[in-house]
Ligand binder design. Structure first.
Ligand code: HEC
Length: 109
């Protein structure tokens, strides 16, 4: 009888654990997708000049780790370009430009 009690306790415990795991995986993806978006765009369009960590500086690209620009100003540079940086308004939608600008903020040291 004691064994059965322990068993049912364990079963209830594992069930409770798997329950909360299930909850986690349903609530996480949405937040992740949003985060991945800007990062994905960055890795597709920006690493060639700025590098994976923003500090490569190819073609005179500014170091994004030390850039003091606010998000709005970054959106402007990305949209319209500046000197050697090409404009992205024909390549990316406003939403994507905003997402990638926000991602560059995370490269800051
Ligand atoms: C062709 C190379 C090239 C590519 C590709 C490129 N950049 Fe740039 N980026 C530059 C250069 C060069 C500058 C400096 C412009 C200047 O001299 O005024 C710059 C400047 C910037 C700045 C301004 C930094 C500051 O502090 O003034 C931001 C923000 C930026 N880039 C973000 C991006 C993002 C995001 C992408 C991808 C969507 C991207 N860049 C793609 C070359 C590039």
């Amino acid at each position: 009888m004691k064994k059965l009690l322990i068993f049912s306790f364990l079963a209830a415990f594992t069930f409770a654990c798997s329950q909360s795991d299930g909850e986690k995986s349903t609530s996480e993806p949405t937040a992740e997708v949003k985060k991945v978006d800007g990062e994905k765009i960055y890795k597709t369009y920006c690493v060639t000049c700025h590098g994976l960590y923003g500090d490569m500086g190819a073609s005179g690209a500014f170091n994004l780790q030390t850039s003091a620009l606010a998000v709005e100003e970054r959106i402007n540079v990305i949209t319209n370009g500046r000197n050697a940086m090409t404009p992205f308004k024909d390549l990316l939608s406003a939403d994507k430009i905003k997402a990638v600008a926000e991602y560059t903020m995370t490269l800051k040291k």
